[in-house]
Design a protein around this ligand. Sequence first.
Ligand SMILES: Nc1ncnc2c1ncn2[C@@H]1O[C@H](COP(=O)(O)OP(=O)(O)OP(=O)(O)O)[C@@H](O)[C@H]1O
Ligand SMILES: [Mg+2]
Length: 323
Amino acid sequence: MPILFGYFAHLQMSTVAISHLSKSFSSGLFRKSNIQALSDVSITVSKGEIFGLLGPNGAGKTTLVKILLSVVHPTSGTATILGQPMGSTGIRERIGYLPENHRYPSFLTAHQTLLHFGRLQGLSKHFLSSKASELLRVVGLEEWSRVKIKKFSKGMLQRLGLAQALLNDPEVLFLDEPTDGVDPVGRKEIRDILKGLRSAGKTVFLNSHLLSEVEEISDRVAILNKGEVLSVGTIRDITSHALEYEIRLGIAPSEPVLQKIGALSRSLETNQLTLTLALHAKEDLNKILQILLQEGMSIESVMPRKSRLEDFFINLIRTRENP
Ligand SMILES: Nc1ncnc2c1ncn2[C@@H]1O[C@H](COP(=O)(O)OP(=O)(O)OP(=O)(O)O)[C@@H](O)[C@H]1O
Ligand SMILES: [Mg+2]
C-alpha cells in the first residue's frame, strides 16, 4: 500500500503524467484497417526539466502531444498536466504549443504575427504590444520585428514559433520538432533559448527525431517506436544498458587470448593496450576479467564506455524488429 501511495503521489507531483495512453486510427476507405499509433504509453515529466520524446517518423510523437493538448482523443488511457486532467478548463492558458510544420500568413510582420495569435488566445492588445517585443528579444528577432515573415529563413520562423508558444507565459511548453529544417547554427540558437527557458523554471516537452539534438539538451528522454515506449530515463541511464566497456591492459594480449574474449563478446576492438568490447550480458564482464587474469595480463582499468544515444537507439530498434 505505501508503494502504491508513493506512485500516485509521484504522478500528482509530475508536471505531465501520462498513464496507459493508447490510440488507434481507422484507415482505408473500403477495407477498414486500424493503425495503432500509440500502445499503452506511460511517461512522467517533472517540473523544470527538458524532456525529449524521441522516435523515428511515424512513431506516434505528434499523436501523443496532440492527445495531451486535447486536439486528438485517446482510444484509452489518461493524462494529467499540472495536476489536472488533460483538457480541463484553465489548463490551456498555462501551456504553450509549437505545432509541427506550422505556417503563418507570410504578409504579416513578426510583431503582427504575435499580436494576431495573442488576440486569438484572448490576450489584451495592451498586454500584447509589450509582450511581443519582449519575446522577440528573447528569441533574437528584435531587429526583424517589423519585417514581413515571407523574408524569414526556416530558423527564424521556428524562433518566431517559439515566441508564439510563449505568449501566455506558459508553465509547460510542448514543442513538436522545433528544429526541423533548421541549419546547425540555428539549431544551436534554439537549444540555447530552450536552456534559458529551463533556467526560468519552465518545463519543456520536446518531440524530435534528431537524436544528437535531444542528447545535447534533454534531462531525460523516452524512446518511442511504432507507438511503444522502448526506454525512458536519463541519457546516461539508458545508454549504460549498452554494456560496452573499455579495458586497459599493462601488456598487449596475444591472439589466442583475444579469441577467447571475442567468443564471449558481441563485438571486440583492440587498439594496442586497450580493448573495447560490447557484451551480451553483464555477467560476461567477470568471466572476461577472469580469463585475462588467468592469462597473466595485468589490468590497469575497466571503464563502462559512454555509448552515444544514436548507437543505442539504432540497436534498440533493430533488436525489437529482429529479436
Ligand atoms: N489522423 C490520422 N489518421 C490516420 N492515421 C494517422 C493520423 N494521424 C497519425 N496517423 C498515423 O499514426 C502514426 C503516428 O503518426 P505521428 O504523426 O504521431 O508520428 P510522428 O512520430 O509524429 O512522426 P514524424 O516524425 O514523421 O512527425 C503514423 O502511422 C500515422 O500515419
Ligand atoms: Mg510528428
